[in-house]
Design a protein around this ligand. Structure first.
Ligand SMILES: Nc1ncnc2c1ncn2[C@@H]1O[C@H](COP(=O)(O)OP(=O)(O)OP(=O)(O)O)[C@@H](O)[C@H]1O
Ligand SMILES: Nc1ncnc2c1ncn2[C@@H]1O[C@H](COP(=O)(O)OP(=O)(O)OP(=O)(O)O)[C@@H](O)[C@H]1O
Ligand SMILES: [Mg+2]
Ligand SMILES: [Mg+2]
Lengths: 165, 159, 159, 165
């Protein structure tokens, strides 16, 4: 499988629907400090099921909804959609195109959708389980975190190998 | 169960040694089990020897060296169980120019099996990419996406 | 005792606000006491608003923004109690080119009172220096020091 | 006061006596990964009285003595000297030139000297106490540590202000 696009609306510094088209190979995301690059990485982590506000650099989950700016009002909802090409069938779903969607509202409500159909967070996690992709796998290496695999204790490092076994 | 762990360990260990030499341009590295007779509970530790230097406690390594060892370890595991996609956020921040070049060249060897999305400020890494997306923020505090061609003046994105 | 802490807090707070605006080219920032009625036990926290953005929990700031806020806070304290010398090891690592320029310009304003020794890979920071020392390591694993002139080709030291 | 020079012999990757001459203003230290730049910062921290091997990136204090390389044998002693211009009298000593020296041997022995005379670690710490320079003051910001003042808890940040008060 590969990511065809990431859509962000109301997630952190992204207001209107922003679509990042991706293809196979290496895509680089570049830009000045504070422009929103790591926010995109956070969005992928979040839609894959991240539940820790701290890991997403917030105090509470509400912090990931666009909080407004000098010129803009805050928004009431954050939504991220991963559009995945599943032609190789590596995701255990009968579709060759899989859209994974997560929404969050200011009242704390969260919604999860797979190809437009409501589901639970557990369904999304289960979908990706065998692929090795999850919000806390090596597939997502956050800013400042690459030295962690070197600095971690020997028993923590063992867990990385267990996941790969 | 124990056998599967041992097999995975052997494979990752071999990959780690090879990846290390590619990224450091020499030297040697290996992983070892802290308790070889207890495969279910043993920890996994590292021995690292950069080119020209002595086998040294890896904590003494420099910031750039530690980043490179981290990349070697992650890619060693990917070779055993490739992730379909991988997002790297500024893993090259501490690398000098020579190491950025080696890092960028090496990532290219994996793109057949793994789709990479790499956040970076480094020119060497940008030059290895198949496409670039620029993110900017105007005075309104909102992120905007801009397509950047590889032939564009990359200097404005490089730091 | 409590009065002295309050006075120091007031001074550092004022400096922090000014330093922040210089380094960010706008916006505003302030420190506040978590328990204003308890000067002996209160914690000290931060409010940060980068230009064009909303007053935001500083944890949400980017890597580069956090580094710059860190520099602003350290220099704010230095203005109250200057350190005779200060060693900064790659504090500019996460900054983009524009922010490196502002950082380098700002450090120069302190060199009258404080001697700076700055480890860096960044050209903008090198250009603000009064002298450069190059450190290299040959194949024998031993560090060597080399004098580098500011007019030399700095590219080999820049990453 | 200001640092006139830092001398390193046998400290980490520095074997023969290396002298880094400094003057007032801004001195930049540059070079490739792993060349020894942060080792110089560690040397200053160490001679000012750092007792934590972990902060110096080692397991034990012996790790700061040159361990040898492909081509060189290990050394038996590490020595760092800070030569300080004290013409402004900011250090409470009667001298206008102050040399602070620390030595460590593989058997764990440590020596401290002020202007060539043996002293205790406490004497060195006391010497710098009013200047605001110490192994754990803001005067020494280690690699990767600048974000710490932002990330620290409010009570820890309070201590920074107490030191400045
Ligand atoms: N909920 C939110 N609403 C509005 N803006 C937000 C929100 N959460 C975060 N931001 C803004 O996003 C910015 C950080 O973005 P991000 O971390 O993606 O930057 P970056 O491009 O990775 O920068 P760097 O190169 O410094 O790492 C911060 O300035 C913050 O103000
Ligand atoms: N006791 C020792 N004996 C010999 N070499 C040592 C010793 N301690 C550390 N080193 C070497 O010093 C090197 C690290 O040096 P240092 O941290 O100063 O690099 P640096 O120039 O700051 O690099 P970077 O730009 O990556 O931060 C390591 O490669 C390590 O092998
Ligand atoms: Mg970032
Ligand atoms: Mg370093």
């Amino acid at each position: 499988m590969y990511l065809k696009s990431i859509e962000l609306s109301g997630f952190k510094s992204f207001t209107n629907r922003t679509v990042i088209k991706l293809e196979d190979g290496i895509s680089c995301i570049v830009g000045p400090n504070g422009s929103g690059k790591s926010n995109i990485a956070d969005a992928v982590r979040w839609v894959l099921g991240e539940q820790s506000a701290k890991i997403l650099r917030g105090h509470k989950m509400e912090d990931i909804i666009f909080a407004g700016s000098d010129k803009r009002k805050p928004l009431g909802m954050a939504e991220v959609i991963l559009n995945i090409d599943n032609s190789d069938g590596s995701l255990p779903l009968e579709y060759s195109a899989v859209a994974v969607c997560r929404r969050a509202y200011r009242d704390g409500e969260s919604e999860y959708l797979l190809n437009g159909r409501q589901c639970r967070l557990a369904d999304i996690r289960e979908l990706f389980m065998d692929s090795g992709v999850s919000n806390n796998s090596l597939a997502l290496i956050g800013q400042g975190r690459i030295q962690e695999v070197v600095n971690m204790k020997a028993d923590e490092r063992r867990l990385l190998l267990e996941d790969a076994a | 169960m124990a056998k599967r762990f041992r097999d995975t360990f052997e494979q990752v260990n071999q990959n780690f040694g090879q990846t290390f030499v590619q990224l450091f341009g020499g030297g040697s590295a290996a992983m070892f089990l802290t308790e070889p007779d207890d495969p279910l509970m043993t920890g996994v530790d590292l021995l690292v020897q950069p080119p020209g230097k002595k086998l040294i406690n890896y904590n003494l390594l420099s910031g750039g060296e530690k980043s490179l060892v981290g990349v070697a370890l992650v890619l060693a595991i990917f070779q055993v169980k490739p992730s379909p996609f991988c997002i790297l956020d500024e893993v090259d921040a501490a690398l000098d120019e020579a190491n950025v070049e080696r890092f960028a060249e090496y990532i290219k060897m994996f793109k057949q099996k793994t789709q990479f999305i790499v956040v970076t400020h480094r020119q060497g890494t940008m030059e290895a990419a198949d496409r670039l997306w620029g993110i900017t923020m105007e005075k309104d505090g909102v992120s905007k996406i801009v397509s950047v061609r590889l032939t564009d003046d990359l200097q404005q994105y490089v730091s």
